[in-house]
Ligand binder design. Sequence first.
Ligand SMILES: CC1=C(O)/C(=C\N=C(/Cc2ccc(O)c(F)c2)C(=O)O)C(COP(=O)(O)O)=CN1
Length: 456
Amino acid sequence: RRSWAEPYKIKMVEPVKMTTRKDREKAISEAGYNTFLLRSGDVYIDLLTDSGTSAMSDRQWAGMMLGDEAYAGSRNYYNLEDAVRQFYGYKYLVPTHQGRAAEHLISKIMISDGDVIPGNMYFTTTRLHQELAGGTFADVIIDEAHDPENEHPFKGNVDLQKLEDLIKKHGPDRMPYVSIATAVNMAGGQPISLENLQQVRELTAEYDIPIIHDMTRVAENAYFIKKKEPGYADKSVAAIVRQICDLTDGATMSAKKDALVNIGGFLAVNDREVFEEARNLVVVYEGLHTYGGLAGRDMEAMALGIEESVQEDHIRARIGQVQYLGDKLIGWGIPVVRPIGSHGVFLDARKILPHLSQDQFPAQTLAAELYLDAGVRAMERGVVSAGRNTETGEHNYPDLELVRLTIPRRVYTQAHMDVVAESVAEVFANREKISGLNMIYEPKYLRFFQARFERA
Ligand SMILES: CC1=C(O)/C(=C\N=C(/Cc2ccc(O)c(F)c2)C(=O)O)C(COP(=O)(O)O)=CN1
């Protein structure tokens, strides 16, 4: 039995358009060489993101029919609260329309001007909301995470020395919480080990500093612990997920990833006071505290998605498909982030286009070339995503200049993965001919979403 053969069969399909190279030349140029600005109708295989793009199950679609659209006290809210308590263990729930809304609330509540928030590598929306609340993000991830070829099995780990030095330098009073992401997105979907999380917990507990968990891909992280961390092979993914959450004080969740919904998120905390403040603030920004910007049906689908996300067969198939694509590209000698991560395969644009400096935007260029080849849409995760340094105004130049091939859950087949691999190989074979880009439009916030480029 192929270990990652899917534990489901397909009941409905959504036709996708096959485009010509000519169509794609026009489309990418009108999109300013930014894959975020392409129309989905011009995309054949959409690997831009795993966020909100997964397929729901028939149970989730049935749940949509059970939407209790009462303004206050919706039945679906209580079902979601039960699911969060049962599978994640957090006491109090504040639903939000998606993850960054939860980041906005927790940052506003816990961060004061001049605070420092250590975390295992930055994430764009997480860091921005910390900065908007007056804080500064400090990276405490292990050095190996910044090296695409280093095969450390838990590149999401925290460097405890870096963290302790930061605590000593700024003092615990300037540290509202430590932000821990599971399956670290910008490092290539790299997991943190339970051993390391326990050590982080012990260290922060000494100084009474809480841990806020970005649990967007916690089930995928749990699967890597089960497969790679000694002592967990016989534990269920669900049990490992609970163990991870129980080592933290609260969480922000983009349910659009692991929890298999198209929209949804939440803030979940154990501290009653933080909860009361969040529940009060949510009505200012999202909606009443029992719907937080979501329809009842969305909360029902989310509650069901949480339960499905921790099922062994589901997560094994999900990760197996990502590994399949990654192993194929490694076998063909294509430089990718190693080990293969949880939600996608990250092409090393710096190694694939060594003749382009980061000022010519190699990852942005590679994503555009990949789209041109066969209509596969990927996402830039390099200097454009890293943005500008708030002090100097200069580009942040990250070590990781990557193109993310992000696999939606339960959407694409192995044949699609083969097309993606063949298209990457085609672009790789012609890499010397690829020239760089100039940025011709740069928005103020999170520039990668809307920036426009032209060929240099
Ligand atoms: C680990 C984490 C995320 O991965 C995440 C989102 N992720 C996206 C969408 C996205 C977000 C920011 C970008 O720079 C980006 F280009 C893409 C993604 O594709 O990976 C959020 C925020 O959750 P929201 O999207 O529900 O608000 C919080 N935490």
